[in-house]
Design a protein around this ligand. Structure first.
Ligand SMILES: [Zn+2]
Length: 403
């Protein structure tokens, strides 16, 4: 079996404190066969020296959109209404490669935003070795309440036939049917939008009733699919928590009591701090390092409350509205807003693995799948190092570096 001995300057295993020097990792096939002192491993494996680097478990971003590209180049409406699914899929292939090259070996991709079930096809192409990309957890079209998502009809001629950004459903029957359809088309998780800017003055209001949310979660549970819920509004968040979703996305306006309930039920939180920054830069005149916009402050406040209440926080950036390959910015934000660098690394490795219920990923330990990343410097002390990726391995195969 193909064997490689990786010799970085330091190894950070996730969940066991600081990085340690003098360790080496032996990879056999697609698994980590051994983690030990470099001089203790005698093997005829090919040696890959990675001087000056820290070896980490492959990074994960649990909130991405491979089928979107930055809104300062093309607006969401124009991407969904004017770009063909074929064009968007070709872009997604490129985005998948950029992501993997940046050390992110797994994405939970939360909706194609109008590109149908193309994410399930892309996942198949990656898993078959046709194109390079991270491991994908896909959700296909995502589920929204009727009239409760973009493109917003009031912005177009009423007789205009608009292509939907997600699958619409109203009532228990349609909610159940949408879950079953999406699961049948390859959704690994079910993504729903529990609120949207459809209040009379554009306020964000709940779009699904509690009964509809319960129908979605129960049907998904029967089919073995956890549910990820987009919520900004506190009432919508509470309904999702009561309905039994597995993760809450954004949660910008969640109150302390709501985060307490989340912690009590073990629901994961993906704070999507970077997309708040990106949207603020594009549309609200924010410049990096300047005064945060109200949206950024809401996101930061939710993150703070979630931390104080002991909610499980994973790395989920909402990449797509900002360039693929820049998911590391979410780790930088988490540290800027109070996490220690090691905690932020855990959010993207061991904690992310827990949220997606995969104990064979997210750690460097014997028997785990060999998804590994080496970055220049000491990311467990200076999080900015995660942007300097020198080596990437996915499923035992060298993707980048290692010559
Ligand atoms: Zn999103």
């Amino acid at each position: 079996m193909n064997a490689l001995l990786l010799r970085p300057a330091r190894v950070w295993t996730a969940g066991f404190g600081a990085a340690r020097e003098g360790l080496a990792v032996l990879v056999r096939g697609n698994r980590i066969a051994r983690l030990d002192r470099a001089d203790a491993i005698a093997d005829d494996a090919r040696i890959v020296d990675l001087p000056g680097t820290t070896l980490l478990p492959g990074l994960m971003d649990l909130h991405s959109h491979l089928f979107l590209h930055p809104y300062n180049i093309t607006s969401w409406d124009d991407q969904v209404l004017k770009e063909s699914e074929a064009l968007r899929t070709v872009r997604a292939v490129k985005h998948a490669k950029d992501t993997l090259d940046a050390g992110f070996t797994l994405l939970r991709d939360l909706g194609t935003e109008g590109a149908g079930y193309a994410d399930a096809a892309l996942k198949r192409a990656i898993d078959s070795g046709i194109v390079p990309g991270p491991r994908l957890i896909v959700t296909t079209r995502a589920i929204v309440a009727s009239g409760g998502y973009a493109p917003m009809r009031k912005n177009y001629r009423p007789d205009c036939c608009l292509h939907a950004g997600a699958e619409e459903a109203s009532g228990i029957d349609e909610c159940v049917r949408a879950v079953r359809h999406q699961a049948a088309h390859g959704a690994d998780w079910i993504k729903l939008y529990a609120d949207y800017r459809v209040g009379p003055n554009g306020e964000t209001v709940p779009t699904f009733s509690l009964e509809e949310l319960k129908a979605i979660v129960e049907t998904a549970r029967d089919l073995g699919r956890p549910v990820a819920a987009h919520t900004m509004n506190d009432e919508a968040m509470r309904r999702c928590i009561e309905a039994g979703v597995a993760t809450i996305e954004h949660g910008y306006c969640g109150t302390r009591e709501t985060f307490q309930r989340m912690a009590g039920k073990g629901i994961g939180f993906l704070p999507t701090l970077t997309v708040a920054e990106a949207i603020s830069e594009y549309f609200q005149g924010y410049t990096r390092g300047g005064q945060p916009t109200p949206r950024m402050e809401e996101a930061a406040n939710a993150f703070r409350l979630a931390r104080e209440e002991g909610v499980t926080i994973g790395c989920g950036s909402d990449v797509g509205p900002f360039p693929h390959g820049e998911s590391f910015r979410e780790l930088e934000w988490m540290v800027k807003l109070g996490m220690r660098p090691q905690e932020a690394l855990e959010a993207a490795t061991s904690v992310a693995a827990k949220i997606i219920r995969r104990d064979d990923l997210g750690h460097i330990r014997e028997g785990a799948l060999a998804d590994l990343v080496a970055v220049d410097g000491k990311p467990d002390e200076d999080i900015g190092a995660v942007a300097r990726v020198r080596f990437v391995m996915k499923d035992g195969a060298v993707i980048k570096g290692g010559a």
